[in-house]
Design a protein around this ligand. Structure first.
Ligand SMILES: [Ca+2]
Ligand SMILES: [Ca+2]
Length: 274
């Protein structure tokens, strides 16, 4: 019962946070940049009310009139793909924006950079913004979250580049702590009973492609289950402002015993019934 009360309070706080924060959404502009050519860019935002997929209110399709040799847009898997020049997600969303870099026509020679301009970092307090080329996701580029900062990533020169998409970069506002799913707006930098309560409330909930993810779906597989519990367990009692290693011990015991219990469940010999 106590857990349920906490849970409801958490949801109310989240709702209030969403309303308060609706005018303060994070915003970045991502440039397909070259010193040698006119540049192209796309805007990506997190807005409290926005949907995971395309929504009329917050997303805009590319108008088709781009005269530039370079183009950048967000791939949209929900509607009219390849054309979003502004893509928005809910404040709480941790799903990545796939930015396509495209040559509109043959390019004989030009240098090339990906530039991420932080226009408004509000709402990203407990996030790390990262970027990577989907061809080499193991190489992570941290994005400078300072308001007005520009993160420059050198790309190979374009040489005899045919027209078409030549790279797809993913820009993701990931949580600093994987289990930090609840807080006043989307998260609060701590992993505690409130996060566990949200997980409990959404346990085994599923979402469909194009719909918003449940906030507790930490690995974006569209179901809240043991894998998401592990995200909370692995970051239990951690605090952004505290050294990461200082708070692991308490939950280690719980995680350990929980995992052990699961293993034992498999290995357990059936008890004899009288
Ligand atoms: Ca939290
Ligand atoms: Ca999940």
């Amino acid at each position: 019962m106590k857990g349920k009360k906490l849970n409801l309070m958490g949801r109310v706080l989240m709702g209030v946070g969403a309303i308060v924060g609706s005018a303060d959404a994070g915003e970045m502009e991502v440039y397909n940049y070259s010193d040698d050519l006119i540049n192209a860019s796309v805007v990506i935002k997190n807005i409290a009310e926005a949907n995971e997929g395309f929504d009329e209110s917050y997303d805009f399709h590319y108008n088709g009139g781009n005269p530039n040799k370079l183009h950048a847009y967000v791939l949209n898997n929900n509607s009219d793909p390849n054309t979003l020049s502004l893509d928005s997600r809910g404040f709480w969303s941790i799903s990545g924006f796939d930015v396509a870099l495209k040559a509109n026509e043959f390019i004989a020679s030009a240098n090339n950079k990906l530039v991420i301009h932080m226009l408004d970092n509000s709402g990203y307090e407990n996030r790390n913004i990262i970027a990577y080329n989907t061809k080499s996701p193991e190489i992570i580029y941290p994005v400078d979250k300072t308001n007005g900062a520009m993160t420059w990533i050198d790309l190979p020169d374009l040489v005899n580049q045919p027209a078409g998409v030549y790279d797809i970069w993913r820009v993701t506002p990931e949580r600093k702590l994987a289990g930090d799913i609840s807080g006043p707006s989307s998260s609060d930098g701590k992993v505690d009973i409130c996060d566990l309560a949200t997980l409990t409330e959404e346990w085994l909930c599923r979402s469909n492609p194009g719909e918003n993810y449940f906030v507790s779906d930490t690995n974006l597989d569209r179901v809240t289950n043991l894998k998401d519990f592990v995200s909370i367990a692995d970051t239990w009692l951690m605090d952004d402002s505290a050294p990461a290693s200082a708070s692991e011990s308490t939950m280690d015991a719980l995680t350990g015993s929980y995992k052990e219990a699961l293993v034992n469940e498999h290995d357990k010999k059936p008890k004899k019934s009288k």
